[in-house]
Design a protein around this ligand. Structure first.
Ligand code: M6R
Length: 368
């Protein structure tokens, strides 16, 4: 079952081109996406009076949800709130039938997310689920479900299910943007669809381009207790996910910061030699991130930059640079997630941990 891989986590990281291809299969057409499974909800959706969209999820799925928020807000111009399932249950915003609720759960069984779904239904909201597990409780309780087609994920750390969730969120956002009158971001749709077509190939290239360099850098983390990840916009969301992976698999105290916020406090934690991963894949904030990197470098941090092929600026200010292929900015978090997943994997193995079954954690959390 493991084929030539030492661990399920590594195998699943390498299965991402296939997982994404399967998730896209039959769903892309030249100017639209096909999601017939959503029709029951979409037919009833008060599209003209859709006030707000709420996204609810836990852990890694929550991070896919924040990316979903940014995509929906850009394409639809409708405000989106993202909540941890465990918080939403007791403390959700006012909700009624004019709020669409999207729940994300790889397993489809997470107790917190299931309770949040029930709460949303009780408030009268239409609910769409995104899950990787056919027939799961969440898929049965939601009004409609989009399945990611990542295949079984056995390692506790979510990798291929996560990137497939982002893809499903983007498909859903495009479908909604085509439905909701006067969506301001519909001009993005053709280029986004084109980039989605190429995505499995780009993911494959990213794996090839980053694996060896990340394996080497991971050796440096052998005796590190702290590591920071910084980024702006979508790169910040990605930093949150990278930090969670490193905590979960490598047991490193990894923390994510919005790059521009460092100067408001966190900079005091930067000491000579501390490893910092600087994510710099979003062109519109690149210069700002470069300034932030320089500030951190000036305090002696060891900075690894992640940027896109062709960029010549980031390489000049960091200690090491990793390149990923260029794609639509909204899809960059899929590509740039890969070196972070590989880093968690190689750091976990070099530090001698059971990367497939990290201590104190379970794959499916069926208690609140
Ligand atoms: O099955 P779910 O997506 O609902 O699980 C939610 C979290 O427990 C899960 O994403 C967890 O954070 C992962 N193990 C992280 O890799």
């Amino acid at each position: 079952l493991l084929q030539d891989y030492k661990h399920y986590m590594l195998k699943e990281i390498f299965e991402q081109p296939k997982a994404i291809e399967e998730t896209l299969l039959g769903r892309l057409s030249p100017n639209e996406v096909n999601l017939p499974e959503l029709e029951p909800v979409l037919n009833e959706l008060p599209v003209k009076r859709l006030r707000k969209i709420d996204i609810v999820a836990s852990g890694t799925s929550y991070h896919a949800g924040i990316i979903g928020k940014k995509v929906i807000e850009q394409l639809l111009g409708i405000p989106v709130e993202v909540a941890f399932s465990s918080e939403f249950i007791y403390n959700h915003p006012p909700l009624d039938e004019h709020n669409l609720v999207i729940v994300l759960s790889q397993s489809g069984e997470t107790a917190d997310t299931l309770s949040a779904l029930r709460e949303a239904k009780q408030c009268g909201c239409p609910v769409i689920a995104i899950t990787n597990t056919v027939g799961s409780t969440i898929s049965r309780k939601a009004d409609s479900t989009i399945y990611t087609k990542a295949g079984p994920e056995l390692a506790v750390a979510s990798t291929k299910a996560y990137t497939s969730q982002i893809v499903a969120m983007i498909l859903l956002s495009i479908r909604l943007a085509r439905l909701v009158p006067d969506s301001p971001g519909t001009d993005h749709i053709p280029s986004l669809l084109e980039a989605l077509e190429r995505l499995p190939e780009d993911v494959e290239s990213t794996l090839i381009m980053t694996q060896d360099a990340i394996d080497q850098f991971a050796q440096v983390t052998y005796d590190q207790d702290h590591l920071f990840l910084i980024g702006r916009g979508l790169d910040y969301v990605l930093a949150l996910e990278g930090a969670l992976k490193l905590q979960e698999v490598a047991y490193i105290h990894a923390d994510a910061y919005a790059a521009g916020e460092m100067k408001h406090g966190t900079m005091a934690l930067i000491t000579p030699g501390i490893p910092v991963i600087a994510l710099a894949t979003q062109q519109q904030v690149l210069n700002k991130v470069i300034s932030n990197i320089k500030e951190i470098k000036a305090r002696g941090a060891f900075v690894v930059g992640v940027t896109t092929i062709g960029d010549e600026l980031v390489g000049e200010v960091v200690d090491e640079v990793l390149y990923v292929p260029e794609t639509h900015p909204l899809l960059m978090p899929v590509l740039a997630a890969i070196p972070l997943q590989l880093l968690a994997y190689y750091s976990g193995t070099v530090r001698g941990h059971d990367v497939d079954r990290p201590r104190n954690l379970a794959k499916s959390l069926t208690v609140e």
